[in-house]
Design a protein around this ligand. Structure first.
Ligand SMILES: [Zn+2]
Length: 475
């Protein structure tokens, strides 16, 4: 493709406060419509917003974790536009004096570390939600979400591919969850993004005309929407047509982006300073106390897993995507599991049984249980195949690996006298194959091993079976 793709993301992160940004209403998700609403967040005249300081603290954590510069003094502004779910007729946001600027998010993508610069992090309140009845008879407004605190994380146009944009969003989610400032629940809209994309000829410095894709709430959709846009824009450019600067939305049903509004009808927000709120003054001591209390972030955890556990890039990256996964790993290793075995078992047997890695914290088998099972495999008491059966039982009916193995007589047979009997029986029952093997068809070894395994219900130690068969057949 003759075009270079340039992508920047604006990610809205819902902060995990108990109450809204400017009033005491609850932020609880899923409450009955309009049950978390008061005079302030429903936009009644004559009321005054009062800033929730907890939201500032949570936002500062992300600014510090990404190396941003925190403004000692920031200010709220009114962003004026009319929309049914915005009863005040304006949104309180930050404009020319945001909470923090600069900093960067490091992403690990396709074996490379990339730094995506941030333009700014600012605070704003969420709007309500319009519900259009399927009958078309009416549209309803739910203001539970109005006034819920958000931060907007605006990146520089440093991303170069749709998959990279998705990885950036995924990484950002890992960071906000590690910081405990957002639950990262995409289905509930706790994290959603607007993506800006433009194309330009390779080597050109100036940016091409950008298109904004609004309100995407999944990693997969952000990738698909951008892939679609690259196709659409390259085709237009190839035909010599200009790209129209506009806002589009991703339609998952039809798998394409659709025009929402063009630049001509774009909003003129007429920002002006919010007169009802004093400027936000940030104390240096607060910044320092938050800085020293920052937890280990996913990228640092990843590094530690590679250095201490000897894990591969891939394993370490996957295990540090979600805090719950990393915690489970550390607990299993602390309980005696070998790092590589634990990592491998988690990424295959554990993750195949949960829909979402975040559920790992509530998995029916605790980390110590997994460590016990892997210990039995490690010492040769249980075969890898039977370990999977034991794991399945632990998962569905509980109980320790040792008990399940004992009750079900699932231990690996490493007693050579007993195994020799089984091996001998198989060899004696198949004289024709023995002859074929001795005549040079050595590939039959696998078949013999299979027979012995079957005869012992998978309990024979395969290594020992191999040795015994070799002795008998070659001898
Ligand atoms: Zn309220």
């Amino acid at each position: 493709m003759p075009w270079e793709v340039v992508i920047g993301l604006e990610v809205h992160v819902q902060l995990a406060t108990q109450s809204k940004l400017f009033c005491a209403c609850s932020t609880q998700f899923g409450a009955p419509p309009n049950s978390n609403v008061c005079a302030v967040c429903s936009g009644q005249p004559g009321v005054l917003p009062v800033l929730n300081e907890q939201a500032i603290v949570l936002a500062l954590k992300l600014a510090l974790a990404t190396g941003g510069t925190i403004r000692r003094r920031s200010r709220f502004a009114r962003k004026n536009y009319f929309y049914p779910d915005l009863p005040k007729g304006y949104q309180i946001s930050q404009y020319d004096e945001p909470l923090a600027e600069h900093g960067a998010v490091e992403i690990w993508h396709e074996g490379q570390l990339r730094s995506v610069r941030l333009t700014r992090i600012h605070l704003e309140e969420d709007a309500g939600k319009n519900i259009h009845l399927a009958t078309g008879a009416a549209s309803l407004v739910d203001l539970n979400r109005a006034g819920v605190p958000l931060i907007e994380v605006v990146s520089e146009p440093d991303l170069r591919a749709p998959a990279e944009a998705a990885e950036y969003m995924r990484t950002l989610r890992g960071i906000v969850r590690a910081l405990g400032i957002c639950d990262g629940n995409l289905e509930q809209g706790s994290l959603r993004c607007d993506a800006n994309i433009s194309l330009r000829p390779w080597g050109q410095q100036a940016l091409g005309t950008k298109v904004e894709i609004k309100n995407i709430n999944s990693f997969r959709f952000v990738q698909k929407a951008l892939e679609y846009e690259i196709e659409r824009q390259s085709e237009l450019l190839a035909r010599g047509q200009a790209i129209q600067q506009e806002t589009r939305q991703w339609s998952a049903e039809v798998g394409r982006t659709e025009a929402m509004r063009s630049k001509e009808e774009a909003h003129d927000y007429r920002y002006f300073p919010e007169p009802d709120l004093p400027p936000v003054e940030i104390d240096e001591r607060l910044i320092e106390s938050l800085r020293v209390a920052l937890p280990e972030l996913p990228l640092q955890r990843r590094q530690r897993l590679m250095e201490e556990g000897g894990l591969s890039d891939y394993d370490a990256t996957e295990l540090t995507r979600e805090t719950e996964l990393t915690d489970y790993y550390h607990l299993a290793v602390a309980a005696g599991g070998s790092p590589k075995r634990v990592a491998n078992w988690m990424l295959t047997e554990l993750l195949s049984r949960v829909d979402d890695a975040r559920d790992v914290a509530r998995a029916p088998v605790a980390p110590a249980g997994m460590a016990e099972l892997l210990g039995l495999v490690e010492s040769g008491k249980v075969s890898g195949k039977l370990a999977k059966d034991i794991w399945a039982k632990m998962w569905t009916s509980g109980g320790s690996a040792l008990k399940i193995a004992t009750d079900g007589d699932l231990f690996q047979q490493s007693d050579s006298a007993a195994l020799e009997q089984a091996v001998r029986a198989v060899v004696e029952a198949h004289a024709d194959r023995v002859a074929a093997y001795r005549a040079g068809k050595t590939k039959l070894m696998g078949w013999f091993v299979g027979q012995v395994m079957q005869a012992t219900e998978g309990k024979a130690n395969p290594k020992l079976v191999n040795t015994l068969l070799q002795q008998l057949l070659d001898g």
